[in-house]
Design a protein around this ligand. Structure first.
Ligand code: HEM
Length: 220
C-alpha cells in the first residue's frame, strides 16, 4: 500500500503559525486600527516601522536572488520599499526620513531579518513568507480600513504599500508562492527550523504592535 502523501510544507507553515496569526491580529493596536479607532499619527508611526522592516527584507535581497533556497522567492513585483517611501512622503512630507528612528522592537525585528539574509537563506524565506503573503492577504483589509478612516484616495498615496500593481491575480500568485514553499529544497529538519523562524517572525511583529499600542493607547 502507498504511504499517505506527506502534508505540503505550505500547509505545515500556515497551520503552525495560525495561533500566532490570531494573536497578532488581536493585539490592541491592530484591532484598534482595523476598528478605525486610531488617529493618522498612529498609522504614520506604524508605516514608518514597516519601512525599516522592508528595508531589511529588500536591501539584502539582491545578493540572495541567485541562492537556490531563497532565490525563487525574490520577485520584483513584491518589493515594497519604494511604495512605502511614497506613502511616507505623503504622510510626513519630503523630510519624512530626517530623524526617523525605529522603535527598539522594530530594530530587533529588522536585525533578525538582516542576520537571516546574510547567513541563513531558509530563515530569510520564513520572514519573507510572514510578511509578503500576509500583505497579499490581510493587508488588503488594512488598506480598505485606512482608506475609509483617514480618507486616502483608493489605492493612492498613503496606502500604496498595500497595492501590488504588478500582481494582477493575487490568488494565483499566492498559489504559485505556496508551490515554491512546497518545493523548498531543504530536508525535514531544516523545514522544522524554518517553521520555528516563522513563529519567531510573528512574535517579532507582535512585539512591534505591542510597542505601538503602548505609544498610542486609546483614551476611551
Ligand atoms: C489585523 C490584521 C490582519 C488581518 C485582518 C489578517 C487577515 C488575514 C487573512 C484573511 C488571511 C487569509 C487569506 C487567504 O486565505 O488567502 C491571512 C493570511 C496571512 N496572514 Fe494575516 N491578517 C492580519 C495580520 C497579519 C500579520 C500581522 C501577519 C504577520 C506579520 C500576517 C501574516 C499572514 C500570512 C503569512 C498569511 C498567509 C497564510 C497562508 O495562507 O499561508 N497577517 N491574513
Amino acid at each position: 500500500m502507498d504511504a499517505p502523501a506527506p502534508t505540503p510544507f505550505s500547509t505545515l507553515i500556515r497551520t503552525a503559525s495560525h495561533q500566532q496569526h490570531t494573536e497578532a491580529e488581536n493585539t490592541s493596536f491592530m484591532s484598534d486600527m482595523l476598528g478605525g479607532r486610531l488617529g493618522l499619527a498612529a498609522y504614520r508611526r506604524y508605516t514608518e516601522q514597516l519601512w525599516f522592516v522592508y528595508q531589511a527584507l529588500e536591501a539584502g535581497s539582491g545578493a540572495l536572488s541567485a541562492d537556490p533556497v531563497a532565490g525563487p522567492f525574490i520577485r520584483p513585483e513584491l518589493a515594497r520599499a519604494a511604495q512605502l517611501e511614497r506613502d511616507l512622503a505623503h504622510l510626513g512630507g519630503p523630510g519624512w526620513r530626517t530623524d526617523l528612528v525605529p522603535l527598539p522592537a522594530t530594530a530587533a525585528y529588522a536585525a533578525r531579518i538582516e542576520d537571516c539574509a546574510r547567513t541563513w537563506p531558509a530563515g530569510y524565506v520564513a520572514h519573507h513568507y510572514t510578511r509578503y503573503l500576509g500583505d497579499l492577504s490581510g493587508g488588503q483589509i488594512i488598506r480598505g480600513t485606512a482608506e475609509k478612516t483617514w480618507g486616502f484616495e483608493r489605492k493612492g498615496d498613503g496606502v500604496r504599500f498595500y497595492v501590488f500593481e504588478a500582481i494582477g491575480n493575487p490568488a494565483a500568485f499566492k498559489r504559485e508562492y505556496r508551490s515554491l514553499l512546497d518545493a523548498l529544497p531543504v530536508d525535514d529538519l531544516e523545514k522544522q527550523r524554518v517553521i520555528e523562524e516563522c513563529r519567531r517572525a510573528f512574535a517579532l511583529n507582535t512585539a512591534v504592535f505591542e510597542a505601538l499600542g503602548r505609544e498610542f493607547p486609546l483614551s476611551a
